[in-house]
Write a protein that binds this ligand. Sequence first.
Ligand SMILES: Cc1cc2nc3c(=O)[nH]c(=O)nc-3n(C[C@H](O)[C@H](O)[C@H](O)COP(=O)(O)OP(=O)(O)OC[C@H]3O[C@@H](n4cnc5c(N)ncnc54)[C@H](O)[C@@H]3O)c2cc1C
Length: 396
Amino acid sequence: MFIEWDSPLSDEERQVRETIHRFAEEVMRPVGQRLDKLADPADVIAPGSELWDVFRRHDDLGLDEISASPDLTPLQQARMRCIISEEQGWGDAGLSISFGVHGFPRMAATLTGREDLIERFSGEGQVGCWCATEPDHGSDFIMQGDRVGEWAKAPNVIARKEGDEFVINGQKSAWVSNGTIATATSLFCAVDMGDGELGVGSFLVPLDVPGVTKGKPLDKIGQRALNQGEIFFDGVRIPESYMIVPPEVMGIGMDVVLSNANSGMGSTFSGLARAALELAIDYAKDRVQGGAPIIEHQSVKARLFDMYRRVEAATALSRRAIVSLALNGPRLELAVASKTFATQTAFDVASAALQIFGGNGLTREYPIEKILRDARASMIEDGCNEVLSIVAADKL
Ligand SMILES: Cc1cc2nc3c(=O)[nH]c(=O)nc-3n(C[C@H](O)[C@H](O)[C@H](O)COP(=O)(O)OP(=O)(O)OC[C@H]3O[C@@H](n4cnc5c(N)ncnc54)[C@H](O)[C@@H]3O)c2cc1C
């Protein structure tokens, strides 16, 4: 089932939705389930892993180019973005996030409009990531905004200006998505412009250069297809031109990035919530207890309807956040409302779905326990929901 738009999809939108839905159903979901079952997260990224084929097939679809096509109006681009992330979230949340951060360095380079950066950070075979959080700065990183100075007082990573280069030292957290496989990153870190004063800036950094090492892949309960791990910088030198957001404007830069990331999360996890609802409806039609398919029992019906209205609401809000971002620019409070509401909905709906599956829901034979684990991670991912809410409340 799809949650339909208020205004009908164009032929092109319908075609894109069908293509991605097929990719999500035939590739992302089964591969995500198999990668989830691998006991060692190192096997997810081993040379013969299915992950690499999925990445290649994803890149072949050219989804970033489709949603950013200059032939589309901003509204049409926003609708495409929703269609793509909802379907990918429906297929597999971990792979969706992996694809999303993979595009970060390329997207950041494109936003600068600089050909040298676009060429350096858009090459074929590259894997991107977003290095923001640090061992001592998880929520602190999100908490910055107007409080930029706090984080920079005791950072774990510093970029120091030396002549016409920056030299980067330190360690990013084990939570960096695609961390151990990335070849390039969009790096947010403390900056010393050469005067000893610390601010926070953003850089594009190749990760296939001397001085970069990686930790081991993180083992976690949800989104196990998503590789995560530390990145260490030991005297890594980059040209000064790779700084794309200097400390003076980083406050605005953070709003833009967090608004994009949070609205994307809202869309992805409203897709996951829809997947859980669909699986529960199908199961309830099949499973016979008390002389009838369980969907005919009133309490099951009521539970399914409650799940449905939550999915409708999360989808509507997440679409509104993405469309508003495209038409009106960043509104962090709306993006955070979308992220926190959709991820909470995803978790609640997945949990209700598991209840409908009964005992079967608890087994790894059925897909719902994995969806619940994937949804649980999303309430911490990109910022704990409660911390994001505190930051966004400042905007009201
Ligand atoms: C699946 C996943 C993907 C991720 N991907 C990336 C990525 O690509 N790049 C990246 O850089 N990071 C990534 N992260 C890291 C993520 O952003 C952090 O995990 C998140 O910001 C929380 O930080 P923390 O884990 O250090 O928790 P902490 O900050 O230690 O928080 C622990 C608890 O304390 C509470 N708390 C902390 N500070 C406050 C406060 N000031 N007020 C009230 N409560 C507070 C929190 O709500 C939480 O309950 C990812 C995380 C996950 C789970």
